[in-house]
Design a protein around this ligand. Sequence first.
Ligand code: HEC
Length: 248
Amino acid sequence: MTRLIKNNVLFAALLMLFSATVAASGGGGLKQVNVNVQDTGALQRGAVEFVNNCLSCHAAAYMRYSRLGQDLGLSDDQVRESFLPANAKIGDTMTVSMSDDEAKAWFGNKAPDLSVIGRARGANWLYAYLTSFYQDDSGQWNNTVFPDVAMPHVLWNLQGIQKAVYHEEDDGYGGVHNVFSHFEMTSPGTQSVEEYEQTVHDLVTYLVYMGEPARIQRESIGVWVLLFLVLFTFVAYLLKVEYWKDIH
Ligand code: HEC
C-alpha cells in the first residue's frame, strides 16, 4: 500500500515537472520574447508608443498616470508633458473617450481594455500579433495571428505594408491546404525591420508591466527574500543542532 502511494507521488511529481516544461516551451510556435520590466528605458519608450498609438481606441482603466510616473522614475511635470491628455488629471486612470458603441460602429467590434492584456495573452502572443498585420489582396488589413481582426494596423507607417505569402501543402488525405509561409514587404515604413521589432518589444514590455505594475518591486524584493530564506535555513539548522545535542 505504501509502495503504491510512493509510486503515485512520484508519478504526480513527474507529471507536474512535465507540464511545467510544456508550459514554458509552449506558445504554439510563436517566437519567444524575453521582456524585462526592470528596463526603464524600454518601459518609457513603450509607454510613449502606447499613449500615442493605442490609447485613442483602447483604455487601460486600471492604470493611473501617477503610478506610471512613479514606476518610470518621472516627476509629475514630466508625466504631464509626455503622457497626460489635455483634460486629464495626474491621478486619473487611462480611460478613453470613444464609447464601445462608437467602436462597434466604426471598426465592427469594441476595442477591449488593455490593462491586463499582458497577462491574458502573454508577451509572445502580443509580439507576434503586433508584427503580423498584413494587407490582403483587396487592400484590407488582416492578421495571421488574429485572423479577420477588427483592428487596423495602426503602426503601419513605422513597419510599412507587408503581404502574406502562402504555400500549398498536401494534408496527406488527398487535399491541399494553403499554409502561411512568410511576409513580404511591399512598401517599407519609416523604421527598418530591426527598429520596428525593437519598437514592438518596447510596447510589449510596457503591456506586460501594465498587467502587473508591482512586478518591478516584486522581482527586486524576491532576490532578498530568497537570500533571507537561505540565511534563515542556516540559522534554523544551527538552532536544531543546539536543541538536539543533549538527546543524541
Ligand atoms: C483604431 C482603433 C484602434 C487602435 C488605435 C488600436 N487598436 Fe487594438 N484593437 C482595436 C479593436 C476594434 C480591437 C478588437 C478586434 C476584434 O476583436 O476583432 C482591437 C484588438 C486588440 C488586441 C487583441 C485583444 C484581444 O482580444 O485579445 C490587442 C492586443 C490590441 N488591440 C493591441 C493594440 C495596441 C498595442 C495598440 C497600439 C499600438 C492598438 N491595439 C491600437 C482597435 C484599435
